[in-house]
Design a binder for this molecule. Structure first.
Ligand code: HEC
Length: 151
């Protein structure tokens, strides 16, 4: 009886030691994760939405984007180059109405997200920098230097 009791105490002690060690490991693990939150970051967090809220882009990124550098270019790059190249955008010329309906079309059929308050800025940027080119008769030439024909 006496012997059994001691054995029980001993195994209880071992059990406590094991749990104690597990506890320490757990605490260290949590502490590590707290300081290294990127461990849990996967591709989902890298999604477009994450990129949308990013800060203004640097000059080099803008220069390489193929977009004209003007107010709103950051929002355009962040929202309009996720699915297709910038070329698909810049090769088009549209009025504000045209750009709006293209965006709406992509939202309805191509899973383009709600652009929120950026939409106005993006449409204004596109309508200004990628406006329809005027077709038709060229303007009259001005500032011509005439010369006399000497016979
Ligand atoms: C969620 C994906 C997605 C995003 C983001 C996106 N587009 Fe598109 N867009 C598409 C798809 C898909 C097409 C069709 C591509 C094709 O025809 O090969 C397209 C086509 C276009 C076209 C060509 C339309 C035509 O009639 O040929 C333009 C212009 C365009 N997008 C502009 C934009 C602009 C501006 C933005 C940013 C506001 C944008 N896209 C963002 C998916 C997207």
């Amino acid at each position: 009886m006496e012997y059994n009791f001691r054995k029980q105490i001993q195994s209880l002690g071992k059990l406590l030691l094991v749990f104690g060690l597990l506890f320490v490991v757990l605490i260290f693990g949590l502490f590590y994760l707290k300081n290294n939150p990127q461990v849990f970051e996967d591709e989902v967090e890298d999604s477009a939405l994450e990129i949308i809220s990013a800060a203004a882009l640097d000059e080099e990124t803008i220069a390489n984007s193929g977009f004209i550098n003007d107010e709103g270019v950051t929002q355009v790059i962040q929202n309009c180059t996720q699915c297709h190249s910038s070329k698909l955008v810049t090769q088009n010329r549209m009025s504000a109405e045209g750009w709006k309906s293209t965006i709406l079309w992509m939202q309805e059929t191509q899973n383009l997200w709600d652009l929120g308050t950026n939409e106005e800025l993006i449409v204004a940027y596109l309508a200004k920098n990628y406006a329809p080119e005027r077709k038709g008769r060229r303007e009259n030439l001005t500032n011509l230097e005439w010369y006399e024909i000497v016979e």
